[in-house]
Ligand binder design. Structure first.
Ligand code: AVJ
Length: 320
């Protein structure tokens, strides 16, 4: 496997500890979903994608396979492709094969293990492509590296419905940041999960094999290991429910008993059945997403869906 140099723009451990303690002092308590993705969390997420209930990945891959040529035509020649939350890069391979002489591929991910594995695999598959991975939280200011060849256009690829992890304010802020990163001649290609019935949504986030539950609770194991916390994993459980008013799956970690947890020199008391919010997975109609994009100065120019209308991939351009 070729070794790819990774630009490290990761948050410091102290910053993670501050953010975690801040979230634990709030009511209801909340923990940021970006901390799911350590090496174990990234591996568990890949297993979620293969669960029969988790339709998102299969639907998005079907859209990519069917419409990738149209997507590549929208993005055009000599594009610099920046991917947010690149993970294993499974969908991206389709896009990179279809693009007309892409200048470089810049995967941005918070998980170093996922980034080096996918970077090495991509370098084998695309030997002539410049690959410049950045390990960073993409909501912060990411410094883009310079490329050997000048780009005609910058495009952000943001698949997986990861934008759904942000609330309305957070997603408009992130879409505005994307608009800034790509500039007025740029583009964005964003995967958005669509509204559907409660049963299908709740099944997707509560798989029978329990992989999603393991993924959720792994965040606590990570804090034990990296921040010296003492969460007893057996005394917490995963809960994901569809909030139909807000149109989103809300994932919680629920304390099974009354208990104390220590972290960063602080003691946090949990009541029995107390729920900590760990993730939103917002679902949209095409109209709702178009409105969100407009608020960020972006316009939806194309929207591709799968045959069952479960998922969408949307092509956006900055509004003049
Ligand atoms: C990759 C962040 C979009 O919210 O559907 C999967 C993460 N969480 N199952 C999602 C996730 C629980 C996933 N995203």
């Amino acid at each position: 496997m070729p070794r790819i140099r990774i630009l490290d723009q990761r948050p410091e451990t102290d910053a993670i500890l501050d953010e975690v303690c801040h979230g634990l002092r709030q009511r209801p308590r909340r923990l940021p979903s970006k901390y799911f993705y350590d090496a174990a969390g990234s591996a568990l997420f890949e297993r979620i994608c293969a669960q029969p209930e988790y339709y998102l990945t299969r639907s998005e891959l079907a859209i990519m396979r069917e419409h990738v040529a149209a997507m590549a035509a929208c993005l055009g020649l000599d594009v610099l492709l920046i991917e947010y939350g690149s993970g294993s890069g499974q969908k991206t391979r389709h896009l990179l094969h279809a693009l007309d002489s892409p200048v470089a591929y810049v995967p941005v991910d918070i998980a170093p293990a996922a980034l080096s594995a996918s970077g090495a695999a991509m370098a084998l598959e695309f030997p002539d492509l410049e690959i410049l991975p950045i390990c960073a939280d993409f909501t912060t200011r990411v410094t883009l590296p310079s490329t050997r060849r000048p780009a005609r256009r910058r495009a952000v690829y943001f698949p997986g419905s990861t934008l759904g992890n942000f609330d309305a304010r957070g997603s408009v802020r992130l879409l505005r940041q994307i608009r800034e990163v790509v500039g007025s001649a740029g583009a964005a290609l964003i995967g958005i999960d669509l509204q559907k019935d409660r049963a299908a949504l709740e099944a997707a986030y509560n798989d029978v094999a329990g992989i999603t539950a393991a993924f959720t609770l792994n965040m606590l194991a990570r804090f034990n290991r990296e921040l010296g916390a003492d969460f007893d994993l057996a005394r917490f459980r995963h809960r994901a429910i569809y909030n139909s008013l807000a149109g989103r799956i809300e994932t919680f970690i629920v304390s099974r008993t009354a208990q104390d947890v220590h972290i960063g020199g602080e003691c946090f008391h949990f009541a029995a059945d107390e729920a900590m919010l760990v993730e939103y997975s917002c679902k949209y109609t095409a109209e709702e997403f178009a409105r969100l994009a407009t608020m960020a100065g972006l316009r939806v120019e194309r929207c591709w869906t799968d045959a069952a209308q479960r998922f969408s991939v949307q092509y956006l351009a900055p509004m003049p």
